[in-house]
Structure formats: C-alpha cells, structure tokens
Design a protein around this ligand. Structure first.
Ligand code: HEM
Length: 481
C-alpha cells in the first residue's frame, strides 16, 4: 500500500457518487424523465450511437415508437416525436421551425457553409433568398428548363431501348440519371452525361458507392480528433480532395460559361460577396449530393417494387392512364401521382430523424414541455406508418390510398418525404418533375420485370440522413410493348 491509497479511494468513491447522482437525475429528476423510453437511453446516448454506427438508427427508433407511442426519449437529451402536431411545431413554427443542431455541420463543403448546413434560421433565410427562385415550380416549367430535363429522360429511355430484353442494373442507371439531371440544372450546358460518357460515369460511381457512414458519424462525435487525423494521416481525404466530382464542381463554378436559367448563373450574381466563389461551390456541391441519391434511390425502390410479379397490375393501370391521356400535363395524371407518392411514403429516401434544437428558454412540443437545448426530431419513416387510422396496413404499397378524398388532409399532413416548412426540400418540384417524366416515358412504352438473377438486397440501408438499397444493385428487364 502506498501513501496515495486513501486519496485514490476517496477519489473513486467521489466519482461513484457523482456518477450515481447523474444517473438518478437523468432517470427521475430531469425535465425529460417523464417521457417514455428505454431506461438505458435515459442514462446514456450509447444505445443510439451504436445504432447510428451500424446503420440501424431509423429502424430502432421506429420500433421504440411502436413500443412506447408517439413520444420517445431516445437519449438523455433527445426526444423523437411521431405526430403531425409535433412536426408542425419543430419544422414549421415561425416559418422554418427550430434551428438545426450542429449535426448539419457535417454537410459543409470546402469548409464553407451552404443552405443545408446553415444552422440558424435567420442566416438560412438570407442564403435561401439568393437562389430559391431556381427551384420554384414556375421556373421548372419554363421551356428551356423542361427541354433539358426531357433530353436527359430521353437518354435514359434510349438506354432501356438498347438493353431491351436483357437484365440491366437500374440502380446504376438511375444514379446516372439523377446526377445528369442535377448537374444540368446547375451548369447547363456543362452538365454531366454519365449514361454515355465513361469519365462522367466514373464520377457517378465515386459519389454513389463509397461507405461513408462510420466516417461521417466519427467526424460528428469526435470533430477535433477527426481534424487532427485529417492533417496527420489524411482521414476523410477521399471524401473531398481525391474526388474528380469535387474538381468538376470547382472548375465549373469558377470558369464555365453557363445558360441564363441555371442555378450557377444565379449564384454568380453574388460574386462580389464571394470573391473566390467558395460559397457558390459549396452550394453546388451540396445540391449535387442532395439531388443524387434521393432521386436515384426513390426511383429505384419504386421501379423495383412495381416490377415484382405481384405488382404487374399496378403497371397495367399506370400504362392505361398514360396511354389514354398522352397529352395530359404530368400533374393531371392522378394514378401516376398516387404511385409516386406511395413510393415516397413506403420507401422514403430520407427516412431518418431531422434533428433540431428546442430554443433557449424552452418550448412545448405536442403538449410536452421541453427545456431549451433539447434535441427534437420526427423521422419520416415513422410519420408515414405509426398512425394506422391514417395509414391502415402501413407497410403495404397501396397507391389507391392517395386517391381517396376522405382522410386526404390527415394523410397529407403526415406525408414527410420532403420534410416541411422553410427548411423542407428546396428541390421537391424539380425531383417530382424528373421522376414523373421518367416514369411516364418508360411505362408508356415498356413493361419492367425483376429478373430471376436479382439476388441483391433491396432492404433500406441507413446512411447519415438518407437510406439506400442495401445491395446497391437492382436488376430489371425492360420489355418493349
Ligand atoms: C425524391 C427526391 C428527394 C427527396 C425525397 C428529398 C428530401 C429532402 C428532405 C427530407 C430534406 C430535409 C432534410 C433535413 O432537414 O435534414 C431535403 C432538403 C434539401 N433538399 Fe431534397 N430531396 C429530394 C431531391 C432533391 C433534389 C433533386 C435537390 C436538388 C437540388 C434537393 C435539394 C435539397 C436541398 C438543397 C435541401 C436543403 C434545404 C434547406 O435546408 O433549406 N433535394 N430534401
């Protein structure tokens, strides 16, 4: 025994008492103590972190809601809600809802903020004002914009024609389609042609296939260590410097002449405040990422589902609508609309919690009083399923539910694929336009079937905010009709 032994014993006892006090406080006295949830989650964030690092966050939280109801404490200072009232308060109160948490800093590019990574709503509103018009429906339907989208839908249909009768991987083709679409919207005539150009195709691959989940969460939970490792051993370097898509965005933003209707043309109007165009580059990189997997995966999940043997009648019904209304505007095709909406409900590409912060001074969310600084969120996956009076048989794919006038307000109130409010998806109208145009042109002329050699998993696999098909492969055959 050394002389230090009594001192160490006292220190150990003091630590034990401190830990016990924190545990008792979190379990019984903290303002969140009355909120239902697993006792372990009230004590520590570790159960949630475990699910985040293993890509199971949204399924775990959904199961907690099924067990505990629409309000669940998922960590000592984090609460998940699953009601329309909560979604309205968190995401739309005052227009843009509560400020985002620092989680969104992960989405900065070139160490420069953009619309998605901006946390406070005042700054966000200023950023959004600069270019929101480029995503308004009135802009999307301008002939010069629709012509560009139609051109890249035609390129996709040409690819189907070339491969008709053979098994093709639509996961890959649809990611090319989405990448071509968003880069053309930003940079026309310098958008990508990844369906036909091998160099552009390589860019699609480097953006679509890497496994960044663990790295991203590591950067979130250990930002200083991640920065240190970045400087010393190049941790995270592949995500930025190594990518040819990063070079492409920087070069295009800085020097390519672009059409008047593009996003970049609008962003360059702010050049005086953005001398080296880093703000514009960060913005474009963000939109490129935001518009790639979302649109690509949404179409992939949907086309896979309607290509299953049991879904062939859904295709027949869609085809009948398209063929009997060949000149109809896309928004005047109710079955197409219902099919797309049901796809986005069941297989929403952003199924996960969108974390925001209760403002200083506290607030009440759906009747639950919360202290300032509490992390609150709703996850679209659960909003689309939990209330079975609104969505009976919630896992079943039933486009008809959207055609029933009764209950439409409740269903639309819980539909959260694009989130809602001032921070909801800015690309929603663009994405819906692209998706509907592609489905119209494909299903007017082709029947699609899942091929017998399709063994890859189509299970939804969580990434950091989005989810993708686990197998990252989807083999279909296109039959010309
Ligand atoms: C089916 C396709 C899409 C889905 C389901 C989708 C979904 C979403 C969701 C749920 C959010 C909110 C995320 C959050 O708050 O954490 C969001 C934000 C955003 N989306 Fe989309 N998105 C899609 C396509 C696109 C496209 C094509 C673009 C093209 C630019 C885009 C650009 C953005 C941007 C810039 C934001 C951030 C908006 C802001 O913070 O104000 N999205 N999207």
């Amino acid at each position: 025994m050394t002389d230090d032994a009594p001192l160490l014993r006292v220190a150990a006892q003091a630590s034990a008492v401190a830990l016990l006090s924190i545990a008792l406080y979190r379990l019984f006295l903290a303002p969140l103590a009355r909120i239902p949830g697993p006792a372990l989650s009230a004590l520590t964030r570790l159960p949630l972190i475990l699910r985040e690092f293993t890509g199971r966050r949204s399924a775990w939280i959904h199961n907690l809601h099924v067990k505990y109801g629409p309000v669940v404490r998922v960590a000592p200072n984090e609460v998940s809600f699953a009601t329309r009232e909560a979604a309205k308060e968190i995401y739309t109160s005052g227009g843009s809802g509560y400020d985002k948490t620092s989680f969104y800093k992960l989405f900065e590019h070139f160490d420069t903020p953009n619309i998605f990574s901006t946390l406070d709503r005042g700054t966000h509103a200023d950023v959004k004002k600069r270019f929101a018009e480029r995503y308004n429906k009135t802009h999307i339907v301008r002939p010069e914009v629709t012509a560009v989208v139609q051109e890249h839908v035609d390129a996709f249909v040409d690819k189907c024609a070339e491969n008709a009768g053979h098994s093709i991987d639509i996961y890959l083709l649809l990611h090319c389609f989405a990448l071509n679409g968003i880069t053309r919207h930003m940079f026309h005539p310098h958008g990508l042609h990844s369906l036909t150009d091998p160099r552009d195709f390589a860019m699609m691959e480097e953006l679509t296939y890497p496994m960044l989940l663990k790295e991203q969460y590591f950067r979130y939970y250990f930002p200083s260590l991640a920065r240190f490792l970045g400087k010393t051993i190049g941790f995270g370097k592949l995500r930025t410097d190594g990518l040819s898509s990063v070079r492409y965005v920087l070069d295009t933003v800085r020097s390519a002449p672009v059409s008047l209707h593009t996003l970049l043309e609008k962003l360059r109007l702010y050049e005086a405040h953005d001398a080296d165009l880093k703000l514009a580059a960060s913005e474009c990189m963000d939109h490129l990422v935001a518009g790639l997997d979302t649109t690509g995966d949404a179409l992939c999940f949907l086309m896979y589902h309607i290509s299953l043997p049991a879904s062939q009648p859904l295709q027949d019904r869609l085809r009948a609508e398209l063929r009997s209304n060949p000149a109809a505007a896309l928004d005047d095709l109710p079955y197409l609309d219902a099919l797309v909406k049901e796809g986005l409900r069941v297989f929403c590409p952003v199924p996960m919690a969108l974390p925001h912060l209760v403002p200083a001074g506290g607030s009440t969310v759906d009747g639950v009083a919360l202290p300032g600084g509490t992390i609150v969120s709703c996850q679209p996956y659960t909003l689309h399923r939990l209330d079975t009076r609104v969505f009976p048989d919630p896992d079943a794919f039933v486009p008809d539910r959207w055609l029933d006038a009764e209950g439409a307000a409740e269903r639309n109130g819980l539909f959260f694929a694009f989130a809602a409010g001032g921070r909801g998806c800015i690309g929603k109208d663009f994405a819906l336009f692209e998706m509907k145009l592609l489905l119209r042109d494909v299903y007017s002329a082709y029947r699609t079937r899942v091929t017998p050699d399709m063994t890859a998993s189509m299970e939804m696999d969580d990434q950091v905010v989005s989810a993708r098909p686990k197998g990252q492969k989807c083999l279909l055959v296109f039959e010309k009709l």
